[in-house]
Design a protein around this ligand. Structure first.
Ligand code: FVH
Length: 292
């Protein structure tokens, strides 16, 4: 029997399996497109012919696929082999998808732990690698040492959905940052300014702004509103300059316009003299009955 089976050998699954092998864990692998298992097999992995064969091979079944449609298909094909095993699912999804999957997996007689990988494939096994987990605590504790070969693990508690909730929240900040970088690049290249030359300035600005995040978070949690040094009215004016300057340069404002609109809503709601933390409640919308 192997120590661990890895279902899914995309960029991330391959890195997970490769790191487990390098750490000396006997590893069974499976992928829909079987050629992706070939290199791992030459390095000592056992290539399974089906999800069922892979699940049967190990007490710990690691799943890392594109999305939950794939996870549902693949685990359904392994359902009869899951009893008594622990499924650790590192696929990105919504809290609702996690809740349904956790119930289904437990219905097959297996333990369920959900996970959110917070780094890119090449960082797995390295000093900055981090994975968030939530779900069945005992199952996580039992396998924590093996999972520790992949990344520093943080167990967020027995609410299955919390790793996915944190994943979506953290990724939203990351995509916000990269969206800003893409807009900056479009503006710069419209004036034939090479982006690489400006990158150090962007990094310096982001480093300075990142230090403000804990205080913004504290104000959002507590409702505390100390007098701001950067008020929303001033920032709305600055955002409108970005919109106007971008349009002048022939740059689409799709990414920045919704942020400007949020600041405008804040000013219209009487929050112009407050700072950015006062805007967070404006993003909470009541659930719609049509699911959008
Ligand atoms: N790569 C990254 O930077 C991020 C880092 C944070 C975590 N994510 C999440 O990890 C999941 C897998 O991502 P990935 O990078 O491995 O993705 P791909 O390289 O595109 O590989 C996709 C794998 O999923 C398989 N697959 C897709 N659909 C099906 C299906 N219907 N049935 C069975 N397998 C399916 C695909 O198989 P194949 O195309 O090779 O046959 C790959 O193994 C993901 O949730 C990220 O959000 C990665």
């Amino acid at each position: 029997m192997s120590t661990i089976s890895v279902l899914g050998l995309g960029a991330m699954g391959s890195s997970l399996a490769s790191t487990l092998l390098a750490a000396g864990h006997s590893t069974t692998v499976w992928n829909r497109t079987s050629v992706r298992a070939r290199d791992l097999a030459t390095r000592g992995a056992t290539a399974a012919a089906s999800p069922a064969e892979a699940a049967a091979a190990s007490p710990l079944v690691l799943v890392c696929l594109l999305d939950y449609t794939a996870v549902r298909e693949v685990l359904a094909a392994a359902a009869a082999q899951l009893r008594g095993r622990t499924v650790v699912n590192l696929t990105n999804g919504t809290p609702a998808e996690v809740a349904a999957m956790a119930a289904w997996v437990r219905g097959q007689g297996a333990a369920y732990v959900d996970g959110a990988i917070m780094v890119t494939p090449e960082m797995i096994g390295g000093p900055h690698a981090s994975i968030l987990y939530s779900g069945t605590r005992d199952a996580y504790t039992t396998h924590a040492a093996i999972l520790g070969a992949l990344a520093r693990g943080s167990f967020l508690g027995d609410d299955d959905t919390h790793a996915a909730l944190h994943d979506l929240a953290l990724l939203a900040t990351m995509f916000g940052m990269f969206g800003g970088v893409l807009h900056a690049a479009a503006l710069l290249t419209s004036a034939r300014v090479p982006v690489a030359g400006v990158a150090p300035m962007i990094v310096e600005l982001l480093h300075a702004m990142v230090d403000l995040v804990p205080e913004v978070a504290r104000q959002i949690d507590t409702g505390d509103a100390p007098p701001p040094t950067s008020n929303n009215h001033m920032m709305a004016a600055g955002l409108h300059n970005i919109l106007a300057g971008s349009r002048d340069a022939g740059v689409a404002v799709d990414l920045v316009a919704p942020i400007a609109a949020l600041f405008d809503r804040g000013v219209a709601a009487g929050l112009g003299a407050r700072d950015i933390s006062a805007l967070a409640p404006l993003l909470r919308v009541p659930a719609r009955s049509d699911g959008v």
